[in-house]
Design a protein around this ligand. Structure first.
Ligand code: ADP
Length: 295
């Protein structure tokens, strides 16, 4: 089971180069596509989901030419878009039954059985009669997953699924997604590093429509081993440190500012070494990208 994206490019009519020569090979399991707002994630997700075309390049999934045979891909696709428009005056159960009907599950009993199973799976069975507009953000996202899972898809795309969820809802959603990843290709697009570090066994970072880095999260972290340092400073000292060091991020720590610095060698005695995290790798990459843009 494999999704192969080769040299995919897309320029919008307004001249924005949303995808530039994107190539990715994605196998079974959870794949994280990490990038800032505007990086091109939704454009890529929508193109894989056959909702829009690329200008050049190819996408294949298990022998299906996605851009040429969109109807074939749709048979095996589950998609949770970034904006999932819900029908306000319909219950979750009613809407899922309707979707099952549209997916061609004609037998009424079979439809009911499938819908009950899905509702149980996403933990919404007890609230199945409730109208969707009364659902919390987390419940709506779980409903979104239920509809995406209809018909046992082999490829599941979830676009920015945890934005706006509170920590508990996010956790529940993580549990649900990690179960799904076992037998399918799941692509999760997000700007939240934690989504990827918690869930994904493979990933890519995109920026300005380009793949900036790809690999396994632990390999990406490992590449920075011995190169990340931190130091608590006063906020007013930040410009001074930024001048001298590659300060990739800062956060407040017990009333002071903790800066994280990337350097090949130990910067100076006052710093302490730190185990690199995926967030460090991501910020380091964004730092380099920003610098390259300024040149
Ligand atoms: P992301 O999902 O990572 O936030 P998008 O794929 O939505 O990124 O957008 C990538 C770039 O393409 C952005 O600069 C965005 O403004 C632009 N863009 C997205 N959709 C359109 C469109 N329909 N027409 C013109 N520009 C677009």
């Amino acid at each position: 089971m494999n999704l192969e994206i080769k040299n995919l490019s897309k320029t919008y009519a307004n001249g924005v180069k949303a995808l530039q020569d994107v190539s990715l090979s994605i196998g079974k399991g959870m794949f994280g596509l990490l990038g800032q707002n505007g990086a091109g994630k939704s454009t890529l997700m929508r193109t894989i989901a056959t909702l829009q075309d690329g200008d050049s390049g190819s996408i294949t999934f298990n022998g299906i030419d996605v851009l040429k045979q969109p109807e074939e891909l749709r048979k095996v696709l589950g998609y949770l878009p970034q904006e999932f428009g819900v029908y306000p005056n319909v219950s979750a159960e009613e809407l899922l039954l309707h979707i099952a009907d549209m997916k061609g599950i004609v037998n009424k009993n079979e439809r009911k059985e499938i819908v009950s199973e899905l509702l149980n799976r996403v933990n919404l069975y007890d609230v199945r009669k409730k109208h969707l507009d009364g659902y919390s953000g987390g419940m709506k996202q779980r409903f979104g997953i239920a509809q995406a899972l209809m018909g046992n898809p082999q490829l599941i795309i979830v676009d920015e699924p945890t934005a706006g969820l509170d920590p508990m809802e996010r956790n529940r959603f993580y549990n649900l997604l990690s179960e799904i990843g076992e037998n399918t290709v799941v692509i999760l697009s997000t700007h939240i590093v934690e989504d990827v570090s918690t869930l994904c066994n493979d990933m890519a970072i995109i920026g300005n429509g380009k793949v900036l880095m790809k690999g396994k999260p632990d390999e990406i972290e490992e590449a920075l081993q011995g190169k990340v340092f931190e130091l608590p400073i006063e906020k007013s000292e930040l410009p001074e440190y930024e001048e001298k060091y590659k300060v990739i991020s800062q956060r407040f720590y017990m009333g002071r500012m903790m800066i994280t610095v990337v350097a090949d060698d130990f910067p100076s005695g006052e710093f302490s070494g730190k185990a690199p995290t995926l967030e460090d790798a991501y910020f380091n990459l964004l730092f380099d990208q920003k610098k390259a843009e300024l040149v």
